[in-house]
Design a protein around this ligand. Structure first.
Ligand code: SF4
Ligand code: SF4
Length: 468
């Protein structure tokens, strides 16, 4: 990419519109128009990509966020005209493949999002392109469909006996090489282990409590456990219930639960997203209407209910009720603290915590609530890293993207490694494992230092001195 092109130029077809950069009004998000037949028109999508890519070419702010923008700018800089008109439209899909829908370019960088008349929504344009690709049936559809079926995979892999075979097989190099050549999962990518002691089957019921609502928070919560916590790391869920118990907050587990749909959304498989929504929303809306706050311990799932489903189903009152009731766990705990209802009787110091805020937490626009809670623990130093780890759900384990995922995360790995933390902690546990793997690959000569990964919820449970 030529750095000499890093200049701000107006977009040709909107030259007569407002020359003002950015907008003084709060950003808005248009609903995803996925029921409109034009949404799936290749010609119309390519036209919109040309328009938006041209604006990005003139702006280039997002060059360091991910690999989608460098890929786009390389295409332009290597074209005969050095402009969008020199890039064959068939090459646009190479940009689409590099986007993992983290939403950071929209939420934190772009001055041209609506209501600005240039109306740039890069992530949702990429979503539209992915939806078209999915309908057409890409080469990797079999791998992608299976990887994104987190609920089904968890149910199968969590069967006793099967679970041991699956976990052991994932550690055998020859099997990993076969997995790479047959289903396209990179042989070196970290993969989560499954457990037969799933969260939803083994969680203890909440004690009977007097419900104490605060000004900002409800005194009873419903836990949407998520596929990852249910089938892979139920300890995070158990720790969450211990924190709630300790703070006299009543909880229920959502009666029926399927995958939130985020892995399917990231593929552009919008029909599957809609099918999962039909399973999840009725029980969640019932809880929302009964006055529960709904919390999920994985930021991508929270974002799915807070943002993506409401934009896909803007007129569905149940979806909107769930959106209004949904909170990040630390957003909820800070709300309790502001209500004077959070216990701060922390008995165990945490030491030096390197806290990574994942993209899907950042774009919820609730501030750094996890950091605020961790900083309440005495004798605890929190260093916050606010940058993409590169993992991006299932994207970072795919054969063709794993090395790029490690490259994107390198500044994060380096920053965390240099902090010499006692704990590496991220609201996204997948990101934490990816960071651990990335650090192990850095050739940094540092004294032997024992570091553990622990989810922020687990750290708070430890800080309260509550047993494992
Ligand atoms: S949504 Fe994320 S991955 Fe996609 S282009 Fe924007 S910053 Fe890059
Ligand atoms: S998404 Fe917005 S901020 Fe990012 S490069 Fe494009 S126009 Fe610039």
């Amino acid at each position: 990419m030529r750095l000499s092109t890093l200049v701000l130029r107006p977009y040709s077809s909107v030259r007569n519109m407002s020359p003002r950069e950015g907008s003084l009004e709060a950003p808005t998000r248009h609903p995803i128009d996925w029921h409109n037949p034009d949404f799936y028109s290749v010609e119309s999508a390519l036209e919109e990509m040309e328009r938006v890519f041209d604006i990005c070419h003139g702006c280039r702010r997002c060059v360091s966020l991910c690999n989608a923008f460098p890929r786009l700018f390389d295409l332009i800089d290597e074209s005969p005209t050095l402009e969008m008109d020199g890039v064959p439209k068939a090459k646009y899909w190479a940009v689409v493949d590099q986007c993992y829908l983290c939403d950071v370019c929209y939420m934190t960088k772009c001055p041209y999002v609506p209501p600005h008349p240039w109306n740039v929504d890069f992530p949702h344009l990429m979503l539209r392109a992915k939806a078209i690709q999915f309908k057409q049936g890409p080469r990797t559809k079999f791998r992608d469909t299976n990887l994104s079926s987190t609920d089904r995979n968890g149910k199968l892999a969590a069967i006793p006996v099967v679970v041991h075979v699956v976990n052991a097989a994932a550690k055998v190099p020859i099997i990993r090489s076969m997995m790479e050549s047959t289903i396209g999962v990179h042989k070196n990518a970290w993969l989560p282990e499954f457990t037969s002691k799933t969260f939803r089957k083994n969680v203890s019921a909440s004690k009977t409590r007097v419900i104490t609502d605060g000004k900002r928070t409800k005194g009873k919560v419903a836990i949407f456990s998520t596929c990852y916590v249910n089938y892979n790391e139920p300890g995070i869920g158990f720790d969450l219930t211990k924190i709630l118990d300790h703070n006299d907050i009543a909880y229920v587990i959502v009666e029926k639960e399927a995958c939130c749909g985020m892995p399917k959304l990231e593929l552009g498989d919008l029909d599957s997203v809609a099918a999962l929504k039909e399973k999840n929303i009725p029980p969640l809306a019932k809880l929302a209407n009964e006055g529960y706050t709904i919390i999920t311990p994985i930021p991508s799932c929270t974002l799915m209910f807070k943002q993506e489903l409401p934009l896909m189903f803007p007129h569905d009152t149940d979806v909107q009720a769930v959106k209004a009731a949904m909170m990040d766990p630390f957003e909820y705990l800070i709300g309790r603290e502001k209500d004077g209802l959070l216990k701060k009787d922390f008995t165990s110091k945490l030491g030096n915590v390197s806290y990574h805020i994942p993209c899907h937490s950042r774009v919820q626009n609730v501030g750094q609530k996890t950091r605020e809670i961790l900083e309440m623990v005495p004798d605890t130093k929190v260093t916050t890293v606010e940058r993409c780890s590169g993992h991006a759900g299932t994207w970072g384990v795919k054969k063709e993207f794993h090395d790029i995922a490690l490259k994107i995360g390198k500044p994060v790995f380096r920053q965390i490694s240099e902090a010499q933390p006692d704990y590496i902690s991220s609201d996204c546990q997948l990101a934490a494992h990816h960071i651990e793997q990335g650090i192990s690959l850095l050739k940094i000569d540092q004294p032997e230092h024992k570091v553990q990964i622990a989810h922020p919820i687990t750290l708070v449970r430890k800080a309260y001195g509550l047993p494992d």
